[in-house]
Ligand binder design. Structure first.
Ligand SMILES: Cc1cc2nc3c(=O)[nH]c(=O)nc-3n(C[C@H](O)[C@H](O)[C@H](O)COP(=O)(O)OP(=O)(O)OC[C@H]3O[C@@H](n4cnc5c(N)ncnc54)[C@H](O)[C@@H]3O)c2cc1C
Length: 385
């Protein structure tokens, strides 16, 4: 049986990115996907400017449903908007976005097999052995891009514990583009204070809103009820949401072992505060591809050889994910005070929205707030008297 140079599991932004690069470098690449493409992916579909900056290909206008230039924050009866002339994100539907990335990977030479579920991955001295619902495949290296419930990750670390994940619910609520323009137009809307350790969102799309909530911890034990209450509060028609776990980023986790690399959600690379994962899926996909191409040149797929992947992620985005986790802890330690401060101080919101550009990281943002925190707290106390 022939041995592939690389097998990639999953056609999300992480897997499609790795497959495109390694196939373009001439490696004999197999891309496995358990669903039929285009497949549904539960997601808000906000692709930040930072995410786009990691992507070295253009996204066609036909896939971009809206462009966002600002945000509206809500907490209780308070509301605050901020807008810039800089495009902060584009809104996409993940079925079309991911399918587009996958088609480009196939054009670059990757072999795609749909409706093939990976059951297990084993490694030995000569290759990695991937057992699937249609048979067994062999490869020099395997990239686990199979999301939060990664099968591949079991060979690298244990599955995520409940404490290491958030839970998110999302539905597409039909609306005319005119209704969307009148409601929010070109901004993302974020609701704080409606669920513990998380938030709700309303994102503008084409002929629908993406409406969702994401939270974690014991206080978030009845997510369906929380979602129904959120929709009722918004005055929107109820559409049954889909749920999905999201890894909490910023925690130390192993992401490589002999002949295996984990990318995107499978590696736990998600912003712990906002839940943004597409940017990190693409970024880690880029670094994994680079590592795999180097490993082929050296013909060395050992854990030691693949360790350079972690270093590349560490030099790039891992510190920001760590600070997103610290910020999240900080914010939800005093959720009411934090939300009030965010919704009552425009300069703060102006800085907050710049997290989407990648120019501002959480550490920079936290330092900026720390200097002004006494003023914001005193202002809040006086305002509440
Ligand atoms: C409700 C919700 C809203 C979100 N909103 C946003 C947002 O607005 N912006 C943002 O940046 N991030 C958002 N995220 C996070 C984002 O969706 C993920 O971080 C991102 O999809 C990770 O990409 P990935 O390629 O690692 O994995 P995924 O996109 O999850 O792709 C994994 C792929 O692997 C396939 N697969 C899984 N198991 C197997 C198997 N055993 N065999 C074969 N194939 C398999 C799956 O079918 C899937 O195609 C949201 C998440 C949720 C749940």
């Amino acid at each position: 049986m022939s041995i592939y140079d690389a097998i990639i599991i999953g056609t999300g932004p992480a897997g499609a990115t790795v497959a495109r690069h390694v196939a373009a470098a001439g490696l004999n690449t197999l891309l496995l996907e358990k669903d039929t493409l285009p497949r549904v992916k539960t997601c808000g579909g906000a692709v930040s400017k930072y995410a786009l900056s990691n992507l070295d290909i253009e996204i066609p206008d036909s896939i971009i449903e809206r462009e966002c230039f600002g945000a509206r924050i809500r907490y209780g009866s308070c509301s605050l908007e901020s807008e810039t002339c800089e495009r902060l994100s584009v809104m996409v539907s993940r079925d079309r976005f991911d399918h587009h990335l996958t088609k480009i990977a196939v054009d670059a030479g990757a072999e795609l097999m749909e409706d093939v579920r990976v059951i297990s991955v084993q490694t030995d001295n000569d290759c990695a052995i991937v057992e699937t619902t249609v048979g067994t495949f062999r490869s020099k290296v395997v990239i686990g891009a199979d999301g939060v419930n990664s099968v591949c990750a079991k060979n690298v670390r244990g599955s995520f514990t409940q404490q290491e994940t958030s839970f998110a619910l999302e539905a597409e609520i039909p609306a005319s583009n005119e209704q969307i323009d009148n409601y929010i137009f070109n901004k993302g809307e974020f609701y704080f204070g409606i669920i513990p350790n998380g938030y709700g969102w309303v994102f503008p799309k084409d002929e629908h809103f993406s409406v969702g909530i994401a939270g974690r911890g014991q206080g978030f034990s009845r997510p369906m009820d929380a979602y129904r209450d959120f929709i009722k509060m918004l005055g929107f028609d109820y559409v049954k949401p889909r749920g999905h776990f999201v890894p909490i980023g910023g925690l130390d986790r192993k992401t490589y072992s002999n002949r295996i690399l984990l990318v995107g959600d499978a590696a736990g690379y998600v912003d712990a505060f906002l839940g943004e994962g597409i940017a990190y899926a693409i970024a880690s996909g880029n670094f994994a591809a680079e590592t795999v191409i180097n490993a082929h040149q050296k013909d060395d797929f050992s854990e030691t050889s693949l360790a350079s992947y972690h270093k590349r992620c560490m030099d790039s985005f891992l510190p920001n994910l760590k600070y997103s986790y610290i910020f999240s802890k900080w914010f939800y330690r005093f959720p009411n005070l934090s939300s009030r401060i965010l919704v009552n101080n425009e300069p703060l919101l102006n800085k907050f929205i710049h997290l989407a550009t990648g120019r501002w990281g959480y550490l920079f943002f936290m330092k900026w707030i720390a200097l002004r925190l006494p003023y914001y707290v005193i202002k809040d106390v006086i305002g509440r008297r």
